[in-house]
Structures are given as C-alpha cells and as structure tokens.
Ligand binder design. Structure first.
Ligand SMILES: NC(=O)c1ccc[n+]([C@@H]2O[C@H](COP(=O)([O-])OP(=O)(O)OC[C@H]3O[C@@H](n4cnc5c(N)ncnc54)[C@H](O)[C@@H]3O)[C@@H](O)[C@H]2O)c1
Length: 431
C-alpha cells in the first residue's frame, strides 16, 4: 500500500507532534514538505524528516500555490489562521488534518466545512479525545447497555494553575481577539466529547464564566512586572521561574518549556523570561479570556450535561461522571469505574493503554486513523469529520453567546445565523 505523503503547515508545537508520528511509522507516512515562518522550527523539521530545501518554505501559500504534490496537509497554524489554508488545501484536493478549533468564528467553521464538502475531500478535525482507548472503551460500555440510557454527564476540565498561566494568561491564547474564547480554545474538546458520548443532538445551552483572578486588581502590593526581579516571586504559585526554570533544572525541556525557545537550556530560558512574554507577572498581562466557566446543556430525549472549566486545579486528566438509568460510570482518564444498579456491584477497568502519550494517546490515534483514511481512501475511518465537528463547534459558539448575553440559547438559534447551505451541513447527518 502507498505511503501517505504529508505537508505540515505550521511546524510549532502541534505540527511537530503530528510530524513525529511519521518518524515512528515510516512505512505508512512521510513528511514531504513544511511551511513555517520561524526558521529554527522549520529547519528542525527539515532535518528530522529529510525534506528538500525547495519544499521547506516560510508561508503555506508558497506550497498550496503549487500543483498538488502530496496526499494530505496538516494545518497546525494558530487558531485565527486555519480558514485560509484549510479552504485552499480543500480546493487543491488535499485531504486535511485540521487542528481545533476549526476557526474562532462560526462563519469560518462553515467556510471550511463547505469547502471540504464541495471538493469532496477528507477532513478530520483534531478532536483527539474521541480517539483515545479510554473514550472508545466508554463508548463500548454505553453501547453494550452497561449503565442503561445516559441521563446526565458531569464533566470537569481541570486546566491546571500553571497551564492557565502559561497558555491563557501569558501565552498565545490569552486574548480572545488574537486567538479565540477560552471555551473554544480549551473546551471545544469537552463539548465535542460530551456530544460524542451522548450520541444525540444538543437542543439548548447556558453558560456563565468570568476572568476572576488573573487581573491587575488582584496584583499583590509590591509585585513588579517581571518575575525575575519580583520581590514576591518566591511566594507566588504562578512564578515564571518556578514554572519554567525549575523544569529546566530537573533536565526537562519539553512542553511548555520548548514554547519559550527552540533550544531550551538554562541560558536561553532565562533570556526568554527576561525579555519575552512568558516572564511577565500574571497580574500584569494583557489577557482577557476567562479563568473559570460553567456550561449546562439539554439534549434530545431529555438528557442533560454540565461542564466546569477551571484554572484553579493541580491539572491532570479530565474527570467525568456519566449517570445512566441502570448504572453510574466514573472516568478519570486512566480508569473507568462503573456501578450496576441491578446487582449492586462495582467494576473497574484500567485504561492506561496510551495514557502516557500526549492527550492520552489521542494524538497518535488520530494520526493513525487519518493516515489510514488517506491510504485506504475511506473517510469512514475518521471519527471527527467536518460535519460532526461543525455541530460541536456550534455548541461552543452557542455557549459563548449565552455567557455574553446572559440567557439560555437554543441550538436552533445558531441555525438562524446559518446560511441555507450550512444549515443543511449541521443537521443532515442526523435526519
Ligand atoms: N488538538 C489539541 O488538543 C490541541 C492542543 C493544543 C493546541 N491546539 C491547536 O493547534 C494549533 C497550533 O497550536 P500550537 O500550540 O502548535 O501553536 P504554535 O504557535 O506552536 O504553532 C503554530 C505555528 O504556525 C506557524 N505559522 C504562522 N504563520 C504561518 C504561515 N503563514 N504558514 C505556515 N506556518 C505559519 C507559526 O510560526 C507557528 O510555528 C492551534 O490552533 C491550537 O489551538 C490543539
């Protein structure tokens, strides 16, 4: 069978993770080109994959302007830069692995879904959680009737105090206008997962959320603009020295440290903290996304769900309880426990397979599914196609509408903002 030839668009954190899959599976996939403006990141990929100089360029347009020369593209640019390359790649007939969120706005998501549909091209959105062994085991248990009909899902996204500080206060997702709302950036996975587990359409949605803590008015007296010279640094849990330099001191230079500099070591990280965005006081950044949010959902048939997203946790796996008519299931990302009402018995399944990998094995699993779909020309092998993903992105936009307008939003209202073609797109699979 042919080896899938892949183009990486955006060789930052995510693009590099997907590219690394090719090194582990050279028989099934080869990275043949890269578009990345940051020279160090581009060169790193070029060298790792033996990409010819002529196929390593600064901007995706330089590659997508050429006649089609590969099977698929991975679009791993930042949130606001997905629509143009995804639409251009679809029009050129490439299969597309598209990072989430599809786009920061509903219309951008629709444009991508329409382009893929009109071109008849395979498009998978990186809702990696659908693909984990853990999720697939839960789906199987529910399908087998283990807990009866699902009545309610209760989900916690424990972002983690340092992850919030890194990505959503100091980092690239700190400002809604430059990336996307927090719920879209962090929890489009969660709403997508809940919808996937429910197996039914969401009808109504309601949300509250605030930026409660990481604000100038919470800055302790005496704190200064940068952690490196802050007299209160030693007593601040969000200290950049603590978050980054302590990891480097322990010999760890992977994510999030490698976001600061392409060659992390004590000197380069120190310099990044001295002059870059990640050395700033968390109370003195230009962030505006929320640090806590709740979402309530009503599904077809009367089932309900709730999600809590909060910065103020140790971090770690998402935690979920699923309440059914015949049993209750508790999931913490590495094990599933369920209780059967008829027999009054408990069972536990360890789901550690892949749990040590990024996103609980979801990053590898989505690449495997996508590459198989490309090689077999079978879109049925991906679980997060354009239409499914468009529907769950609309749930996020509806939740944000609710939060901003302080009212319950019916999903059909989102259809109201939908042009006729995209209304068909949202619902056609569920008729
Ligand atoms: N699926 C997940 O669980 C998950 C997790 C984290 C991030 N993401 C998403 O992945 C995407 C990328 O995130 P990241 O953390 O890798 O960001 P990143 O900033 O590390 O990578 C984006 C890259 O795109 C490059 N780029 C900018 N302009 C370009 C152009 N014109 N042509 C080609 N490349 C260009 C940037 O230089 C950068 O290296 C984001 O949309 C993010 O929300 C998804």
């Amino acid at each position: 069978m042919k080896t899938a030839r892949i183009v990486i668009i955006g060789a930052g954190s995510r693009g590099s993770i997907y590219a690394a899959y090719a090194l582990a599976h050279p028989e099934s996939v080869k990275i043949v080109a890269v578009a990345e403006p940051r020279e160090a990141w581009r060169t790193r990929l070029l060298q790792a994959h033996g990409i010819p100089e002529s196929a390593a360029v600064a901007d995706w347009r330089e590659l997508l302007d050429r006649p089609k020369f590969a099977d698929a593209v991975v679009v791993a640019t930042r949130d606001a830069m997905h629509v143009e390359p995804a639409v251009a790649a679809a029009r050129k007939g490439y299969a597309i692995l598209l990072e989430k969120p599809m786009a920061p706005h509903a219309d951008g998501c629709r444009q991508i879904a329409v382009a893929a549909r009109e071109a008849g091209t395979l498009l998978a959105v990186c809702h990696v959680l659908r693909y984990t062994y853990h999720t697939q085991m839960i789906k199987q248990l529910i399908a087998a009737g283990t807990i009866g009909e699902v009545v309610n899902v209760q989900s916690l996204e424990p972002v983690g105090y340092w992850h919030q500080a890194h990505s959503f206060v100091r980092g690239n997702w700190r400002r809604e206008a430059e990336s996307s709302p927090m719920l879209l950036a962090k929890c489009c996975h969660d709403l997508d997962w809940i919808r996937y587990i429910m197996g039914r359409k969401c009808l109504s949605i309601q949300s509250f959320g605030t930026l409660k803590h990481f604000r100038p008015d919470q800055k302790p007296e005496g704190a200064v603009a940068r952690c490196l010279n802050c007299p209160l640094e030693g007593s601040c849990p969000y200290s950049a020295k603590k978050i980054y330099l302590s990891r480097v001191a322990q010999g760890y230079c992977g994510w999030p440290v490698d976001v600061l500099t392409p060659e992390p070591n004590e000197a380069t990280v120190l310099e990044a903290l001295r002059s870059g965005p990640y050395g700033r006081c968390v109370y003195d950044c230009d962030n505006d996304v929320v640090d806590n949010q709740v979402v309530n959902m009503l599904f077809e048939g009367g089932a309900t769900a709730s999600l809590t997203m909060t910065a103020f946790t140790e971090g770690g796996h998402r935690q979920t309880r699923i309440f059914g008519t015949r049993g209750e299931l508790v999931s913490d990302g590495s094990s599933i426990r369920y209780f059967d009402f008829l027999s009054d018995t408990r069972q536990e399944i360890a789901t550690t397979s892949g749990a040590h990998l990024t996103h609980g094995g979801g990053d590898d699993a989505i690449m495997e599914a996508f590459i198989n779909a490309v090689r077999h020309n079978d879109s049925g092998l991906v679980l997060s196609g354009a239409e499914e993903s468009l529907e769950t992105h609309m749930m996020v936009f509806a939740a944000e509408k609710s939060r901003c307008e302080n009212r319950v939003v019916k999903m059909e209202e989102m259809e109201g903002t939908t042009k006729p073609w995209s209304r068909r797109l949202i619902w056609w699979r569920h008729k």
